[in-house]
Design a protein around this ligand. Structure first.
Ligand code: 5GP
Ligand code: MG
Length: 197
């Protein structure tokens, strides 16, 4: 796996520090909301890329919160550019109504914006008390800048990255840092029948 890495873009240490910082801001913002006992918070994670980020983030949010997931496919297999976004109902677990809930939507990366726009639309239909969006990475391209997000851990160049939850053909999610891959890896054939998440 290490041989496939071209360059480390964001180190494990830098991620750790930034997640801590972001968690403090999110906590302060949610606690500043008017509420009687504690705010009714629902964190909605977009599968699968956000799982590592969410695992680290939630453990730094000292709030009473529920965790739910939605699955939206975009990058099929080894593709490295977006092909639209489709909600995968079977892997989506959010209640028909989010009334009274303050939702924190979390994704791994904001690229074309198709995924986040689809997720935001789905959640908005369920009428939450509020909706905030948090992404680990945002790419430097106009489409990404045009989507409204409240928290961004890192702005990165418009390159294909893996690690810390992000995959290529479902591999590399377990790398502790965010890296780019050597070109020979990116040209490999995908594993049959998988949807990019
Ligand atoms: P969008 O819909 O904004 O184009 O893409 C968002 C989804 O595509 C992300 O949730 C992620 O799963 C995938 N994606 C976008 N850019 C990258 C990237 O650079 N690396 C990886 N591994 N996945 C990406
Ligand atoms: Mg994803």
């Amino acid at each position: 796996m290490q041989h496939d890495i071209e360059k480390v873009l964001i180190s494990q240490k830098a991620i750790e520090q930034r997640v801590e910082e972001l968690a403090r801001r999110i906590t302060a913002d949610l606690l500043a909301l008017p509420h009687e006992v504690s705010p009714q918070v629902t964190l909605i994670a977009i599968l699968t890329g956000s799982i590592v980020f969410v695992a680290d983030l939630v453990r730094q949010l000292p709030l009473r919160l529920q965790i739910q997931v939605i699955s939206i496919s975009s990058y099929p297999g080894t593709a490295t550019s977006s092909h639209g976004a489709a909600v995968q109902e079977a892997l989506t677990r959010i209640p028909p109504s989010l009334a009274g809930r303050h939702v924190l939507l979390v994704d791994d990366i904001l690229d074309s914006g198709n995924t986040l726009r689809a997720a935001q639309a789905l959640i908005t239909q369920r009428e939450p008390a509020s909706l905030r969006t948090c992404v680990l990475l945002r790419k430097d391209r106009p489409e990404a800048q045009s989507v409204a997000v409240d928290y961004v851990a890192f702005d990165i160049p418009d390159v294909f990255v893996v690690g810390y939850g992000l995959d290529h053909d479902d591999y590399y999610r377990n790398l502790p840092e965010i890296v780019t891959l050597r070109s020979h890896v990116l040209q490999q054939e995908p594993t049959p029948s998988r949807n990019g998440t």
